[in-house]
Design a protein around this ligand. Structure first.
Ligand code: SAH
Length: 268
């Protein structure tokens, strides 16, 4: 049966607050599952199964699928999926402890999801230091560029650095807005982040604090952001930058991950 009629039959009403835009093109859904590396050995975490269209392809390709859905009104729709390797939990992913989620999965599980866009950054951030081996998510195209940007590129920001600290991100495909139901205003893209455990020998918490401070006020220079975030004197802030070989007029967006690590070391 077509997804629209299934939703109608189950009296489903779209909830704008939950970022509900569903994908129905089976070829595309299979491609997304492949982009995320779904195969017979893999355990998959899906966030926001919606009507279960991607879920179904994931179940066919992988060993196990664990899906978290906030909207209990999708229960009757998702009950139509009969797969032995599927577990659906009706819970807000952001209010669920990582340890609780990971107690149901083996290390190296893969995240594959067409996620709700209103929590793109929180979702990615939640799983950067997780036991997952990769995060493959559909996001707005403009956001996708930010996730994958390198230093000095216009889209580079705190989230680009955070991702680069934990892994490597790249766009696997663009998805035109018309592929979704209902049709959103903007195009989307699939981004895959391959996570690398201990990619850098650094104190991750401290580096993330430094990154947050550097991008706190985008139009301010790094020196001014460091002064307000860490209560440093102007002289001390300039001295630290000079020690790191960073121009004192620099802004956060000019610094590579490696420079952020060096800078964090000097600050703390
Ligand atoms: N993956 C589906 C649906 C994408 S829409 C598809 O591709 O068709 C996003 C889905 O995320 C919706 O089903 C929405 O109800 C769900 N969702 C929104 N916020 C959530 C949260 N905090 N935790 C879990 N699921 C959430």
């Amino acid at each position: 049966m077509e997804i629209k009629s299934i939703l109608k039959k189950n009296n489903f009403k779209f909830n704008k607050n939950f970022g509900q835009n569903f994908l129905t093109d089976v070829t595309l859904l299979k491609d997304i599952a492949d982009d995320g590396g779904a195969d017979s050995n893999s355990e998959i975490l899906e966030i926001g199964p919606g009507a279960g269209t991607l879920t179904e392809q994931l179940c066919k390709k992988s060993k196990k699928v664990l899906a978290y859905e906030i909207d209990a009104s999708l229960k009757p729709v998702l009950n139509n999926l009969y797969y032995d390797n599927l577990e659906i939990v009706f819970k807000d992913i952001m209010k669920t402890e990582l340890s609780e989620i990971e107690s149901k999965l083996s290390k190296g599980y893969k995240i594959i999801a067409n996620i709700p866009y209103y929590i793109t950054t929180p979702i990615i951030t939640k799983f950067l230091a997780s036991n997952a081996s990769s995060i493959t998510v559909t996001v707005q195209k403009e956001v996708a560029k930010r996730l994958c940007a390198a230093e000095k590129e216009a889209d580079y920001g705190a989230i680009s650095v955070a991702i680069a600290l934990y892994g490597n991100a790249f766009i696997t495909r663009i998805i035109p807005a018309e592929k979704f139901y209902p049709v959103p205003k903007v195009d989307s893209a699939v981004v895959r982040i391959d996570l690398i455990k201990n990619k850098y020998a650094c104190d991750y918490e401290k580096v993330r604090k430094t990154v947050k401070a550097a991008f706190c006020m985008r139009r301010k220079t790094l020196v001014n952001n460091l002064i307000s975030a860490f209560g440093l004197s102007k002289n001390r802030a300039e001295e630290i930058l000079t020690d790191c070989g960073i121009d004192i007029k620099s802004r956060g967006e000019e610094l590579s991950v490696e420079k952020f690590i060096l800078l964090s070391d000097k600050i703390f």
